[in-house]
Design a protein around this ligand. Structure first.
Ligand code: PMP
Length: 424
């Protein structure tokens, strides 16, 4: 009845095997499947749940929003309040616009960049995912991974059938963490590039941090060439710091986008940035519509979420970073004790295990060549049997949230110790 048993290929057999799990209920750090099995959930709705499942403040906020009306077809007070909160938290958020999903926000920003600069082309990076829209659905995670070509002249590999081929003509793909490659690509297309879009931490190829100075270098290059810099913080926003990568790495992107963690499980996304750029949206000059933009119930959830995440001067972030230190440290220690060729890569609460002989994975090419994806998947499926739900895909990642506890970490480490022999 449903293709792949659900509503996205990443929830079906590709990630969960022939008989995908059906979950029924979530509470705090726990999920319960339809057979009543309990799991410690490190997946947390692809990162959409920074406070865990059914947080009481969020459920109360959602109930309050629902009880007073879901949609008025007008501006609302609560969307102004959420925009004000974002302005306080996100350094470059002079002006804010709400959307529903990360994909939509990216689509709007790219149209905005083209509208403002009058230039047609965009640059994106190998292994970066920015949603399922044609212009960016290239070389993000081609399966099976083919020959990516020379790093100075990468092959563009479509991630899907049915793409508008002409859309890809205007998309330039460059390896990440490689400033000379970016500079060459910019020089090869003088005056044609509207925007460079990047994730702040590569989060759709495991977890791959930026090399020191890389994102700052990217920003100076774009600025020098009159190109806009667009930081896609769909994953990293409200996760590695209140102001995301922008705050953590002290960046100044022209535009930033958010999704996932903002709505605490409800579809809320946003993009924000310099007022002179964002003002091109005024009156639909650069058009961005959406019946459900700034959904009132979603805004109630986002307001409660941002209030909770920023309470007590960043205590939430100190907590999740500390817990992630314990978990990642424990896993690394397990691999060392057992002589397992595997590493943990992480930035703050985002982490991923990589079965590899390498001591670090720095980009998409290294990931494709040196990471054993199947072994990782077998490990994560084995962990399900022990009641631990980590990312079932090597290319995704797992997340520590405010709902997790030290005891969840201990139970997870004990389960990993038991599951490891099945795959090594
Ligand atoms: N950008 C990034 C960096 C993402 O990781 C994702 C989703 N994984 C998106 C955009 C698209 O977000 P959505 O699934 O909400 O459309």
């Amino acid at each position: 009845m449903l293709i792949d048993g659900g509503s996205s290929p990443s929830r079906g057999p590709a990630n969960y095997g022939e008989y995908p799990i059906f979950m029924r209920r979530g509470q705090g750090s726990r999920l319960y499947d339809v057979d009543g099995n309990e799991y410690i959930d490190w997946m947390m709705g692809f990162g959409a749940l920074p406070l865990g499942h059914a947080d009481p403040e969020i459920t109360q906020a959602i109930a309050e929003g629902a009880a007073t009306g879901a949609h008025f077809a007008t501006a609302t007070e609560v969307e102004v309040e959420v925009a004000e909160l974002l302005q306080q938290i996100v350094p470059n958020a002079e002006v804010v616009r709400f959307a529903n999903t990360g994909t939509e926000a990216v689509m709007a920003v790219i149209r905005l960049a083209r509208g403002v600069t009058g230039r047609p082309k965009i640059i994106k990076f190998e292994g970066h995912y920015h949603g399922w829209w044609d212009d960016v659905l290239v070389s993000s995670n081609p399966l099976p991974p083919g020959d990516p070509g020379l790093s100075g002249n990468p092959v563009k590999v479509s991630d899907s059938a049915g793409l508008n081929r002409r859309a890809l003509d205007d998309t330039i793909v460059v390896p990440w963490n490689d400033l000379p490659a970016l500079e060459r690509a910019i020089q090869n297309h003088p005056g044609e590039i509207a925007v460079v879009v990047t994730e702040g931490v590569m989060a759709n190829m495991g977890v791959i941090p930026p090399q020191p100075g890389y994102l700052e270098g990217l920003q100076s290059l774009t600025r020098r060439h009159g190109i806009l810099s667009f930081l896609d913080e769909t994953v990293t926003g409200f996760r590695i710091a209140p102001g995301g990568c922008q705050e953590y790495y002290k960046l100044k992107p022209d535009i930033v986008s958010f999704g996932k963690a903002l709505g605490c499980g409800l579809p809320v996304a946003a993009f924000a940035g310099r007022a002179d750029i964002m003002s091109a949206l005024t009156g639909g000059g650069v058009l961005h519509y959406g019946t459900h933009n700034a959904s009132r119930i979603g805004m109630f959830a986002a307001r409660a979420n941002l209030r909770k995440l920023t309470r007590d001067n960043g205590a939430a972030f100190r907590y999740i970073w500390g817990l992630a230190d314990q978990l990642a440290g424990g896993i690394t220690d397990l691999f060392r004790r057992t002589g397992t060729a595997a590493i943990v890569q992480r930035v703050g609460p985002m982490f991923q295990i990589m079965f590899t002989e390498r001591d670090a994975i720095r980009d998409y090419r290294e990931f494709c060549q040196h990471v054993d994806r199947r072994k990782y998947q077998r490990f994560s499926w084995k962990l399900f049997e022990y009641g631990i739900y980590t990312s079932p895909a090597a290319t995704l990642h797992s997340i520590v949230t405010l709902a997790h506890s030290a005891s969840d970490v201990e139970k997870t480490l004990a389960a990993m110790e038991k599951a490891l022999p099945a795959v090594t």
